[in-house]
Design a protein around this ligand. Structure first.
Ligand code: NAD
Length: 444
């Protein structure tokens, strides 16, 4: 196909999720608090303005390729049937098969999944791995389900979406509320329809074709990038007090890496509260406690504050590693960090981002900061396709190499074009997807 027309059909606000693409490229978002996908689209449009991306191409790059909503009937342990709702949004495949996690959380909805799928497109492009973007999720509170119910939920979800998933089309992975066990159930159920192919999903258990180092990868990547950023900012690790919101997969591994790199971790939080010691927490003890109790609840070797107070603690590096939208125009004035690394997806609303950057706070954006996870997922997929397993040392080295390259390209872009790091990351990512679109024949 060789497309040369500029006649991408004009789209209404309803069709384009309210981002005002068709007519107004300079003011893509309204002033009210944006939804998750509006916030992501806003960041996209800011960078697209810098690049001068025409309106027809913005529509092509922003509107998801496909969105699927499925009902998920599950037999509960007491014999009753409960029906859940699941989503898979396939955002863009210009650079390769679509890639993105599966989230199990009570606040999962189509708008959020759409936003996260779009972030994956820009993230895989920034870190320069041959993928597009996708995301999925189920609206469910995982802690309310038994292990057997979680397994039946996962298998029933696969029944609903298996025919749009595949190693060359769309490859899921873990995200909030999903574990390597969930990935193993997913693969097993998918293979009942399509036959053996472990490359269909990443984040699997190591003994089931998973990659060594995948579980630590996102948090470790946050730590690697923190070292690179702070070196540029001339802040020494031992002078950098760190506060981390969220102590799940990402937050706990980031805490481990950073404390082993001599950073004092002064506060961590999870749903149970904020655990604080201005002289530095014993991270090894926190990790042991969290492993034994699946929560920080009951950890007594430090001060305890309400969970949401972590965001307003005075620190040098704040790492939101839990939910999206936690720093908004409502609480941004209470943030007292010098730098922020977005380990979570979309933790900062656009207006809050504007005020923080204007206040001189450096923010390393999610599409770069948490890209270590998808990078090692890519290594897992490569190993599965080759039926060959890499050592942990090789995986860590290649991760460091990929993240260093991505960090340098974003840092240099921000200097060359006088952009904040978020806009620079988006311009790098959008530029690569735009080039792939051109090579696919989409040229004006
Ligand atoms: P997780 O489910 O393992 O952990 C989430 C943590 O956040 C838990 O400790 C939970 O108690 C805590 N939390 C929830 N609500 C909170 C609140 N109000 N205050 C404080 N803590 C709270 O999830 P995860 O895999 O660590 O993912 C965390 C974030 O990182 C998400 O935004 C996810 O999209 C993003 N992310 C994850 C990966 C990955 O590989 N897991 C990759 C890229 C991005």
């Amino acid at each position: 196909m060789n497309r040369t027309d500029t006649q991408e059909p004009a789209i209404s606000n309803t069709e384009n999720h309210g981002i005002g693409l068709a007519s107004d490229t300079s003011a893509p978002c309204s002033k009210r608090t944006p939804s998750a996908s509006e916030a992501t689209d806003y960041y996209f449009c800011q960078a697209a303005d810098v690049l001068g991306v025409p309106t027809w191409l913005r529509s092509l790059l922003l509107i998801p390729k496909r969105e699927v909503t499925v009902r998920i009937p599950v037999e509960m342990d007491n014999g009753s049937i409960e029906t859940f709702v699941g989503y898979r949004v396939q955002h863009n495949n210009f650079r390769g098969p679509m890639k993105g996690g599966l989230r199990y959380h009570p606040e999962v909805n189509l708008d959020e999944v759409r936003s996260l799928a779009s972030l994956m497109t820009w993230k895989t492009a920034v870190v320069n791995i041959p993928y597009g973007g996708a995301k999925g999720g189920v609206c469910v509170q995982p802690s309310h389900l038994t292990t057997k119910e979680m397994e039946r939920l996962t298998r029933s979800f696969v029944d609903g979406i298996h025919d749009i998933i595949g190693p060359d089309s769309d490859i899921p992975a873990p995200d909030m509320g999903t574990t390597h066990e969930v990935m193993a159930w997913f693969r097993n159920q998918w293979e009942k329809y399509h036959g053996f192919n472990p490359a269909v999903i990443t984040g699997k258990p190591v003994e089931e074709y998973g990659a060594k180092g995948r579980e630590e990868a996102t948090g470790r990547g946050v730590g690697i990038l923190a070292l690179k950023l702070l070196r540029r900012l001339n802040i020494r690790p031992q002078d950098c007090r760190v506060a981390i919101q969220g102590f799940g997969n990402v937050g706990s591994h980031a805490a481990k890496f950073l404390s082993e790199s001599m950073f004092p971790i002064v506060a961590v939080s999870d749903v149970s509260g904020c655990y604080f010691n201005p002289r530095g927490l014993d991270v090894a003890a926190l990790l042991r406690h969290a492993l034994a109790n699946r929560s920080l609840e009951g950890f007594a070797e430090c001060d305890r504050l309400p969970a949401n107070e972590l965001l307003s603690l005075e620190c040098d590096l704040l790492i939101p590693a839990a939910l999206g939208g936690v720093i908004s125009e409502n609480n941004v004035s209470s943030v007292r960090a010098r730098t922020i690394i977005e380990a979570a997806n979309s933790p900062i609303h656009p207006e809050a981002h504007r005020r923080l950057t204007e206040g001189g706070i450096t923010i390393l954006p999610d599409i770069l900061a948490n890209s270590g996870g998808v990078t090692v997922s890519y290594f897992e997929w490569v190993q599965n396709l080759q039926h060959y397993s890499w050592s942990l040392d090789r995986i860590r080295q290649e991760l460091d190499h990929k993240l260093s390259e991505a960090f340098e390209s974003v840092w240099q872009e921000s200097i060359a074009k006088s952009l904040d790091l978020r806009t620079a990351a988006y311009t790098v990512g959008i530029g690569r997807v735009q080039r792939a679109a051109e090579l696919a024949g989409f040229r004006a």
